[in-house]
Write a protein that binds this ligand. Structure first.
Ligand code: PMP
Ligand code: GLN
Length: 389
């Protein structure tokens, strides 16, 4: 347990500074190749960038409407229809947020009461546990383990209690790169229906899926549209992680509840970026295909290099990330110490996935590398990592 932080509420003791901030700062300080925080090092589609510039030049610089600009809400609705065959009313069932991060915070703060339990897979994205804690609720982690990071149906079922309010389900999954199978997604749906639970899905990597696999949207399974809150974001799809345009889609009553919490967090955000993301969401299939193929090629460049460097490398089917077991190179398996030393040893930054676990021992020896970088950067990183042996 980390030292007590003065002034910080008891709810947030132990959460400290996010690992992404710590590691990105370390990358800058040491001049390292940053394969830590997941952000691409090249720009997305020119027309999306130009649309934002045009919006600024056209005077779209004041508060957008609370729920988001109509043009974006309509584009989000059309996107859900186009990719998953689900209709959402742009006025009552779609809400624009400050990235998926605010969508998650707003959703959890809106839906959870003190003492409620949230069933969530671990490892989990780093904002989940603190947001659940800020809501006064309790995270009930279900660990998925390498090499396949499959969901154990018995463990998932066992995590549900009478206090369970919702399941928080991230697919495609950060940091493992799992795209959960139809059977796994159906299992989550079956349990939600059986126990009358809501499911919050985090689908920010929905378009970054490799090897011809399909992202199964849980909301598209029978009986699930009415009990699913879909969260996604434009950051990963359009290489605009700094724009922080995200969204929520769901049944009108649930979206109304989330809107209530959201309006007191940021109220609104990213005015000129909203029409730009709307334009992006309407880009042709060729754009989406190319996006996934490009990242797949990057994955295929980094993975053999990590193997050669001596790590045990686990398969990844999506996202920006690949996870490794460091024990062949560091027998004590201390991933945190390994990642803190790595920039100084060979000039590479990675993320100790331990920080994404409630049960820290489960992830102590695992480390995440991001491959959303130019091939030359990945080659440079691999060359540096070869010196570890
Ligand atoms: N969920 C997951 C699983 C993520 O990896 C991230 C980080 N991009 C987010 C949510 C936050 O997304 P955004 O940058 O749109 O806030
Ligand atoms: N989603 C990115 C990651 O997992 C960055 C998140 C962040 O910086 N908050 O690396």
């Amino acid at each position: 347990m980390s030292a007590r932080v003065p002034h910080l509420t008891a709810k947030l003791q132990g959460f400290g500074t996010t690992i992404f901030a710590e590691m990105s700062a370390l990358a800058v300080a040491t001049g390292s190749v940053n394969l830590g925080q997941g952000f691409p090092d090249s720009d997305g589609p020119r027309e999306v960038l130009d649309a934002a510039i045009d919006a600024i030049n056209g005077g779209l610089n004041q508060y957008p409407p609370g729920p988001g600009m109509p043009v974006l809400r309509q584009a989000i609705s059309a996107h859900q229809q186009r990719f998953y065959g689900i209709e959402y009313d742009p006025d009552s069932e779609v809400l624009v947020t400050a990235g998926a991060t605010e969508a998650l915070a707003g959703t959890l703060l809106a839906l959870l009461d003190t003492g409620d339990e949230v069933v969530v897979l671990e490892p989990m994205f780093d904002s989940y546990a603190p947001c659940i804690a800020m809501a006064g609720a309790v995270a009930k982690p279900v660990t998925i383990r390498p090499p396949h990071y499959a969901i154990d149906p018995v463990e998932l079922r066992r995590a549900i209690t009478p206090k369970t309010k919702l399941i928080l389900f991230n697919s495609p999954h950060n940091p493992t790169g799992r795209v959960f199978t139809r059977e796994e997604v159906q299992l989550v749906a079956d349990l939600a229906i059986e126990h009358d639970l809501l499911v919050v899905t985090d689908e920010v990597y929905e378009h970054l899926v490799f090897d011809g696999l399909e992202h199964i949207a849980l909301s598209s399974l029978p009986g699930m549209r009415e009990r699913t809150v879909v969260i996604s974001s434009g950051g990963k799809t359009f290489n605009t992680t700094g724009w922080k345009i995200g969204w929520v889609c769901g049944p009108a009553e649930v979206v109304a509840a989330i809107r209530t919490a959201k309006q007191f967090l940021t109220y609104v955000n990213g005015g000129p970026f909203q029409p730009a993301i709307a334009l992006g969401l309407g880009l042709p299939d060729s754009f989406y295909d190319h996006l996934a193929a490009d990242l797949q090629a990057k994955r295929d460049r980094l993975m053999p290099g990590l193997l050669e460097a001596g790590f045990t490398v686990f398969p990844t089917q999506s996202t920006y990330f690949v996870t490794v077991d460091i024990r062949p190179l560091q027998p004590d398996g201390d991933g945190m110490a390994f990642c803190r030393a790595l920039p100084h040893r060979v000039g590479v930054v990675a993320i100790p996935t331990e920080v994404m676990y409630v049960n820290k021992h489960e992830g102590r020896h695992l480390v995440r590398f991001a491959f959303c970088k130019q091939l030359s950067v990945l080659d440079d990183a691999v060359e540096r990592l070869q010196q570890l042996g």
